[in-house]
Design a protein around this ligand. Structure first.
Ligand code: ATP
Length: 203
């Protein structure tokens, strides 16, 4: 009998990881977005909320009592030491919750679970999945995609990319590397090939 295949999909902003995840969804994956789980865990009253405010101060609380993610992003994406602190405060809490969600899908008979995460290295993410798929693309394509999608300027997109993990760091944790510099059709073909390599029977 085929067991549950758990894939971690990661990559920097604009690399195309969400696009890869959407393709996997089409082939039957249940998807967990680490960023959504992180948001959930940082809601008022949730475990990571207190920790974040203790470190970053009450100034990052918005009028609705929630953490103002824009303010927090402005801090951590212009200071990598602060980004590391944020990650340390939240990662183990998030990983624990993801583990619960994976177990839920396993118990309901899922064949494939995909966990999408931007920052995958620390505190157990790698142990959680069977295979880490890293999505990479040329910096120029990434900047172009990010600008097209959001209202970031060229400089903002470039700065965001620089503040994230380098390609070499992603490569060092990859079981599979997906270069997404071609067309969407090529991307889907590559994903299908990788699923076959994992012995996943395509519908
Ligand atoms: P983020 O971390 O910002 O969410 P991401 O890595 O998830 O980025 P996507 O959202 O998948 O990136 O892709 C960014 C944009 O680029 C999307 O609008 C997507 O449709 C487009 N895109 C991705 N791959 C390709 C491709 N091969 N050809 C053309 N457009 C693409």
């Amino acid at each position: 009998m085929m067991g549950l295949l758990i894939i971690g999909v990661t990559g920097g902003i604009g690399s195309g990881k969400s696009t890869v995840v959407r393709i996997l969804q089409k082939y039957g994956a249940d998807v967990i977005f680490a960023d959504d789980v992180a948001k959930e865990m940082t809601e008022p009253g949730m475990p990571a909320y207190k920790e974040i405010i203790k470190h970053f101060g009450a100034g990052i609380i918005g009028e609705d009592k929630r953490i103002d993610r824009k303010k927090l992003a402005d801090i951590v994406f212009s200071d990598s030491a602060e980004l590391q602190v944020l990650n340390r405060l939240t990662h183990s809490i998030v990983v624990e919750r993801i583990r619960e969600l994976v177990d839920g899908y396993r118990n309901s008979g899922s064949k494939m679970v995909v966990v999408e995460a931007i920052v995958p290295v620390e505190h157990g993410f790698l142990d959680l999945v069977d295979s880490v798929w890293v999505v990479l693309a040329d910096q120029s394509s990434r900047i172009e995609r990010v600008m097209k999608r959001s209202r970031m300027t060229y400089e903002e997109a470039e700065r965001r990319i620089k503040s994230q993990m380098s390609d070499d760091m992603y490569i060092s944790i990859a079981d599979q590397i997906i270069y997404n510099n071609g067309s969407l059709e090529e991307l889907e073909e590559k994903v299908r090939g990788l699923l076959k390599d994992e012995n996943y029977s395509l519908p």
